[in-house]
Design a protein around this ligand. Structure first.
Ligand code: PEP
Ligand code: MN
Length: 295
């Protein structure tokens, strides 16, 4: 029989047999919960990760950590090693920031998320952080993915700015194949023709992932938009689309920040964000809207 030429090409979009065997929801109908101490990503509650783009010093980082903790952040974020587009831009404090993480953990009790940029850094990073972040520029660094898969730590895997959903899930597969299923996928915007925002936040990917994979999904509206005033609206939208977690950049003095000041919100704005997303989240999560969308 000949194929119907009018057949909807999207009808076959959801492949029956996918290459990301371990990440797939097929054969793994339970959604995975990623545990960082008492914090559960992919559970009943929305999880919020907040902090500066980069650790710039002990006092400043502590001040931000205390503020985000006060307003209800679940985890602290901050870069020690920064993947900057320009080699002349601030590259992060490097190893000196690792002691700052210890300080923050002791002072606030918050778990720490930070980006690992190379295999050589992985072991010492793992001693000072609770979650290893793989940034968008390393989502295709397969040797590093295998390495973080073997570290026995939860991993936040950011989407590359030119990475398809399937390529992203295959990158997650590298980590899962090492026996680590504690992986969170973080949508942080993709590069499109639109220059008004730093990237284009692909919220449809968030809802789509809920139909394709059991891994929890995080959204980073800071890197996705590059603009402070868009962070709260996009955080709201991300929660409504089914995100299990948010990651936002917060700075007490964004105009003086050494990186990403333009997209960093002030602690007072973070308080507002928390108030708003904590109201939206139960409506979405308790009514099981996200899980129903799998039908
Ligand atoms: C970051 O989280 O600070 C970062 C560099 O993000 P991305 O890898 O998404 O650009
Ligand atoms: Mn940043």
């Amino acid at each position: 029989m000949k194929d119907n030429p009018h057949k909807d090409p999207w009808a076959s979009y959801m492949p029956a047999d996918v290459p990301y065997k371990r990440a797939s929801l097929q054969g793994h109908p339970e959604y995975t919960r990623v545990r960082i101490g008492d914090v559960i990503i992919g559970g009943d509650e929305l999880v919020v990760v907040a902090g500066p783009c980069a650790i710039e010093g002990t006092e400043g980082a502590l001040e931000i950590a205390r503020a985000v903790k006060e307003y209800g952040a679940d985890l602290f974020r901050g870069g020690a090693f920064k993947p900057r587009t320009s080699p002349y831009a601030f590259q992060g404090l490097g190893d000196d920031a690792l002691q700052v993480f210890d300080h923050i953990r002791r002072d606030t009790g918050l778990g720490v998320v930070s980006e690992v940029m190379s295999i050589a850094q992985a072991d010492r990073m793992a001693e000072h952080v609770d979650v290893l972040q793989v940034g968008s520029r390393n989502v295709h660094n397969y040797e590093m993915l295998k390495c973080v898969g073997r570290m026995g730590k939860p991993v936040i895997l950011k989407r590359g700015f030119a990475t398809t959903v399937e390529e992203w899930l295959l990158s997650a597969e590298y980590i899962l194949a090492e026996g680590n299923d504690q992986v969170v996928l973080c949508e942080r915007g993709i590069r499109t023709f639109e220059p008004s925002t730093r990237n284009t936040l692909d919220l449809s990917a968030v809802a789509l992932l809920k139909t394709l994979t059991h891994l929890p999904v995080m959204v980073d509206p800071s890197h996705a938009t590059g603009l402070r005033e868009l962070v709260i609206p996009m955080a709201r939208a991300a929660v409504a689309a089914g995100a299990d977690a948010l990651m936002v950049e917060v700075h007490t003095n964004p105009d003086e920040a050494l990186s990403d000041g333009r997209q960093s919100i002030l602690p007072g704005q973070f308080e507002q964000l928390m108030r708003e997303v904590r109201r939206i989240s139960p409506i979405i999560r308790e009514n099981n809207v996200v899980e129903c969308s799998r039908e």
